[in-house]
Design a protein around this ligand. Structure first.
Ligand code: ATP
Ligand code: MG
Length: 266
């Protein structure tokens, strides 16, 4: 397994032999292994795509990297420091878009929600206002700025979650299923954000099974399958090696007519 990222780049996260075991509710004992023996380095400035079917461990990995969940074994370093020690820096540098957009809502109104992160980072007055306005505009939420956040539609909540992270200007962004619930324009807006953040030099970690939407921006593709890291490399190479058991559709397959447009092979 070769890595697609150049080795001379600064390592942000070092993951060594990481495992996560949840208590077993089935009575069999031994627990449920959500992650087993993961080894990977994540480099500054790369756009890393983590693909895997439902339950493969993507969100658990994200939560552990973000120090929101304990690991059961192994080690994760952030900039060479154990996560516990690196916590203040990690909190400053890392922005998260959660899979569950509702879990991310912190402000009563849309504008208050977007302002929350930058305020915590010390922005105020016109600098804060300008940031919030620009971000709402880029995620198509300007008209909803005084709307109660909780009453947004599912896709609007996803836009809001992305807007909140964008407004913080974080150097590292992890997005868990950022396209879920989004309509066509919503997907385009998130893709533009990914493109712009990448150009700005941000490190992007995108967890998704919707490869076809974003693969072009990926420097590296990881495949998680039942808690194991099955592949890690340049997207083109990893796709050439895809196994059916990973449950991932090769997005290079195209459609010729409306009659071909289904994911279920004829
Ligand atoms: N708190 C928990 N307690 C017990 N099991 C858990 C817990 N959180 C996750 N799991 C289990 O760990 C496995 C991996 O979950 P995870 O949420 O990481 O999957 P995922 O790859 O993000 O899937 P999806 O594509 O559906 O979002 C799943 O089988 C899940 O049931
Ligand atoms: Mg998930």
């Amino acid at each position: 397994m070769e890595s697609g990222a150049p080795s001379q780049r600064e390592v942000l996260f070092s993951v060594r032999n990481l495992s996560k075991v949840f208590p077993d509710f089935g009575g069999k004992g031994g627990g449920f292994r959500a992650l087993s023996g993961l080894n990977l380095d994540i480099f500054a400035g790369e756009c890393l795509l983590v693909a895997g079917s439902n339950g493969s461990g993507k969100t658990v990995l994200m939560k552990i990297l973000a120090a929101l969940m304990d690991m059961s074994g192994g080690e994760v370093l952030f900039r060479g420091l154990a996560l516990g020690k690196a916590l203040p820096r990690l909190r400053r540098e890392l922005g998260l878009v959660f899979q569950d957009a509702d879990a991310q809502i912190v402000g009563e109104t849309v504008a208050e929600d977007v302002a929350f992160g930058p305020k915590n980072l010390g922005f105020s007055g016109s600098a804060l206002e300008e940031r919030v306005n620009r971000t709402l505009e880029s995620m198509g939420l300007s008209a909803k700025r005084d709307f109660p956040s909780r009453d947004l539609s599912g896709g609007e909540k996803r836009r809001l979650a992305v807007a909140g992270i964008l407004a913080m200007g974080c150097g590292i962004i992890i997005m868990d299923e950022p396209f879920a619930n989004l309509d066509y324009f919503g997907v385009l807006q998130v893709l533009e954000l990914i493109r712009d953040e990448k150009a700005r030099g941000a490190t992007l970690i995108i967890l998704t099974h919707e490869l076809e939407k974003v693969l072009a921006f990926a420097d590296r593709l990881l495949i998680l399958d039942r808690g194991k890291l099955r592949d890690d490399g340049k997207p083109e190479d990893v796709l050439d090696r895809l196994l059916p058991e990973y449950g991932i559709r090769d997005p290079r397959q195209s459609y010729r007519s409306a009659g071909d447009c289904t994911w279920l092979p004829a």
